[in-house]
Every structure is written in structure tokens, then in C-alpha cells.
Write a protein of this length. Sequence first.
Length: 364
Amino acid sequence: MTIAGAQSRTSPRFDQTARQYDALLLLSFGGPEGPEDVIPFLENVTRGRNVPRERLDVVAGHYLHFGGVSPINAQNRALIAALRDELRRHDIRLPIYFGNRNWEPYVTDTIAQMRTDGVQRALVFVTSAFSSYSGCRQYREDVARAAETLDLGDTLTFDKIRGFYNHPGYIETMIELTAERMSRIPPARRATTEVIFTAHSIPQSMAQGCAYEKQLIASSRLVAEALQIPSWRLAYQSRSGPPAVPWLEPDILDELATPPAAGVTDAVIVPIGFISDHMEVLFDLDHEAAERAEELGLGFQRVLTAGVHPRFVTMIRELIEERMTADPQRPALGASGPLHDVCPLNCCLVGAGRPAPETASVRA
């Protein structure tokens, strides 16, 4: 078995050849779908990382606040349904399989089913737009580990679809969604409205080995410039792990309380680092950040994530076609150009090549 995104290379490579695929694997994080699932799910996420049980109990309370159900699986199923329709309209006959890192359907079980169904070459779409160990490389390792467990050899191969943080389809989606929420601000207060882009915080040791921060800034700037937003900032949210371990800052709650200028009346929060309204968006933004804004007397608007926005679904189809086309057009906005198809050897490593033990998030 090989997964192109996990090959050892000294430099990025674009795949210029047309390839035929017989399946798409949508690979995501997973989440509990009932109260009895919450603690086992959190134990899966944090296994081997020495996260105290007290921390798990605190985070479990966040899930139980929403009935013990993370919306992420339902949202991924909705995305799969929308993508199936999109592929059908364009006569792309590609069955879509769904696998998770941390909860059912587990990626190993999904790949076992793909083998049973006779799949030989599959594309992999990871539900993360940005490069980091936890947002890209760890998923590739999961596929490789599953293939080794199943002893696939080279009977089933996988090519990961490139990251899309600067793809026109993603940026155009976020521009439209941001504009819609900004239009809800009364005209008299728009000049005193602050826009804050947010993403999941990661340990600084992880950030040093990837382009996560750079890509987030680039995506945020593209959206802000398109909407002629004069004042915007990037903040982080949803950190976990020991307090002594440094993670990316500033935190969104702190950033709300420290506006860059006097007279700010409203805050528009753009969760640029997330593609669906899952638990970290619902709890950390719609609950905690909204409460903080109310305490500070700020108007509050939270922009929707890409979800099943038609342009976002079209973008995924375009990325699939890109890998099935010889010498494809590879659209990208900004100065950095499109991301590679095949990751280089040192891509998204932590330290000397091993992930830091505190890298697990305990929410999804």
C-alpha cells in the first residue's frame, strides 16, 4: 500500500499525470453521537498523552451541554450527500466512503470495506484546509497505519487531495459568508466593527514545523481585502493540553477584551480555520465568545463555516477533477501558489520528526 501524501521526498511535487480513481475517502476527526460515547471518544483522542481525567470531565461537560452529540458526523454526512449530487451532475462516477480518526466509522473499518468492495485506487479528502501535523500529516499516518493493519500491500493505493486554504472556492465561500454576517451590523456601527478571524490553536512546537500560521494569515487577508475590511485580527481558540505548554496566541476571549482602538461597538468572528460548525465552533464561539462579547457590551456576529455551501462543494469536485486530468489548472489565490500534491519528507513534523505528546485536541 502507498499513500502519495506520505511518500518521502526532499521537495514538494505536483502530480501532472491523469489518473483514474474508483473511490473517494472523506477522512475526518469524528465525534460522539450520544452521551454514552463522550468519555470513550475523549479517551480515544487523548490516548497516550497523559491528559488528566479531570480535564476529560470538563470537556465532557461541553458535549453534554449539547446532549452528548457532536454535530461533526452529521455535517460530514451532509457534505457527502451534497458532493454525491455534485459528482453525479458532472458525470463523475466515484463512490464516497466516510472514515474518522477517533470515532465510528473508524478509518480502518472503512478501508476494510473499500477493499471488500474492490477499490484499488482512492482519493482522500481530509476535512482540514491548513497544513499542520494534526491537520494533515496525522491523517496520512492514520491511513498508512490502517493499511498496514489490514496488510493491503499495494492492492489499494491512496492519493491525498491537496490542501485548499488559498483555493478560490474556499476563499470565495468565506467571502460570501462573511459579507452576509457583516450586513447584519447596523450601518451606523459598521465603521466601529472589528473583524476577528479564528482557528484552532496548536502547540508552538507543532507550529514551528509547518506553515499553519502563514496559511491562516494568507486566507484571512484574502477575505479581508476582498471585502475591504480595514481592521482585522487573527486569534486562536480551543486550546487543550497542560497550561505550561505554549500554544499559539492570542486566545479569542482575550482578543475580544483588548480591541485595538477605542470605540469598537461590534465584533464579527470568522472561523476561517474550520470547515463545519462542529463542537469547537458551537461551544467556544457561539457560547463562550458570545458570552464574553455580551459582558463587554459588544454586538456579536459569528460567520458560518463552509459546510455545504455550493461553491465549497464545487471546489471539492474541482480538486477531484484536478487529480484526474493531465497537466491540470491548479488555481490558487495570493502569492504562495497551490500546495503540493505529494508532501516533502519534513512536512509538518514536530521537533526532530516526532509529534509533541501534548498535541491532542480534546474536542471536535
